[in-house]
Design a protein around this ligand. Structure first.
Ligand SMILES: NC(=O)c1ccc[n+]([C@@H]2O[C@H](COP(=O)([O-])OP(=O)(O)OC[C@H]3O[C@@H](n4cnc5c(N)ncnc54)[C@H](O)[C@@H]3O)[C@@H](O)[C@H]2O)c1
Length: 382
């Protein structure tokens, strides 16, 4: 055998092994999973092993789509993928993404996969521009070359920076104040130009603060490290963390703490189904805020967790974090108008109850919460 031939042989073997490993677990019965006989549309959900992506996969399955999850598990959990095939891969792998689209007859893509910590983005902007911009552009290239025409994108209220008015409408100028927001803003602009040049139809969804857990208790929020307020307050209530930090108590708000618009993750999930239907039914590309239009201060969230859990929440006051605006509340009328979206679970009590129920049900700390509160939450005692 010549050197070249043996090299080729090794490469073929390498590719075969690589493919076998990466497709492991999904080779089984692609055709039955896809259930083409039932004429289900297949939607690729990048980042579908993560918090919002996994809830969205459930919402798509319920709406008679086949959700195919692609996630590299850098932050997600394979156990959160329950409603369709799972492919472990990086969105930046052009060749592999094209193959996934072909193999699973993907009709549309919902793109969650990203790094999403504001503070980390200030320290490591390279990581954010690499993953959220560069990898997303590679993904978009593969999708366009594979003939995908519909794309729903997870954007963020972080693209607005320090807003000029409240509540924030979609046409508010976007001047992000951190690399995370900048990376999302860049992809928003790319989508606009890709629509002009290639006819890609896109829905950009700018979430405010996602919170809560699946009301049926099948999914929840499990980040490491956790940076979101509701799970952090719950951890302090359950004694998993000694206290929760309150960043800034001198804001120009009624109780001095920052105000955010908390939107239940299942309501967010439903908005993605509606957004994709909007595009597939011939609707125009659009950018929409997903929030409730109501804000809650940090102290209000702490009080709600304390009340719903029946436990004192230890809290420690700390200084403001740079780049944290005092108030971020959505003007959410456009999403209601364009999509007919009506949040069902986004009142603070339901957000806290669902998050608490999920956390308590999977924690050995269950005995830390009063049995009356557990019964109220519908959690079975161990
Ligand atoms: N959680 C919020 O409040 C919030 C608010 C605004 C916007 N968003 C956006 O929503 C999306 C989902 O957020 P989340 O809270 O569910 O985050 P998450 O970290 O739980 O989920 C992101 C998922 O993407 C995966 N991923 C990351 N990089 C990848 C890559 N290169 N290839 C394949 N998979 C990759 C991770 O493993 C993870 O499962 C993100 O784009 C985020 O920026 C979230």
């Amino acid at each position: 055998m010549t050197l070249d031939a043996s090299r080729k042989g090794r490469r073929r073997q390498f590719n075969k092994e690589r493919r076998n490993v990466r497709w492991e677990g999904i080779e089984t019965d692609v055709s039955t999973i896809l259930n083409k006989e039932a004429h289900l549309n297949a939607v690729l959900i990048t980042g579908g092993a993560g918090y919002i992506g996994s809830h969205t996969a459930k919402a798509f399955a319920r709406s008679r789509f086949t959700p195919v999850v692609l996630d590299d598990l850098s932050k997600g959990h394979s156990c959160a993928v329950k409603w369709g095939p799972f492919v472990k891969a990086d969105i930046g792998d052009y060749v592999f993404v094209r193959e996934v689209v072909r193999r699973f007859h993907i009709d549309a893509v919902v793109h969650f996969a990203a790094d999403a910590y504001v503070g980390e983005s200030m320290r490591e902007p390279r990581r954010y521009f690499q993953n959220n911009v560069s990898n997303t552009l590679a993904l978009l290239g593969a999708l366009l070359d594979a003939g995908i025409r519909y794309f729903v994108f997870s954007s963020s209220c972080a693209t607005y920076g320090i807003p000029e008015t409240f509540p924030i409408p979609e046409n508010q100028p976007q001047f992000p104040v951190n690399p995370y927001g900048e990376s999302k803003r860049f992809v928003e602009r790319a989508l606009w130009w890709y629509g002009e040049a290639y006819g890609l139809k896109s829905a950009t969804l700018r979430y405010f603060n996602a919170a809560g857990a699946d009301p049926e208790g099948e999914l929840g929020e499990d980040h490491d490290p956790e940076t979101h307020l509701v799970p952090l307050v719950i951890q302090a209530a359950l004694g998993i963390k000694p206290w929760v930090e309150i960043y800034g108590t001198d804001y120009p708000t009624p109780d001095g703490t920052a105000i955010r618009d908390y939107i239940h993750v299942s309501d967010l999930a439903e908005a993605h189904v509606l957004a994709l239907r909007h595009l597939m039914d011939g609707g125009e590309s659009t950018s929409l805020n997903l929030g409730t239009g109501r804000g809650h201060s940090i102290r209000e969230v702490i009080a709600a967790v304390s009340q719903r859990s029946g436990r004192h929440v230890p809290a420690r006051e700390a200084g403001r974090r740079p780049g944290d605006p005092p108030v971020l509340v959505a003007d959410a009328t456009l999403a209601k108008h364009v999509l007919g979206w009506r949040p069902q679970f986004s009142d603070l009590a339901t957000i806290v109850d669902t998050a608490l129920r999920w956390r308590v049900a999977r924690s050995p700390e269950m005995n830390l919460i009063s049995s009356e509160s557990m019964m109220d939450l519908g959690v079975q005692a161990p």
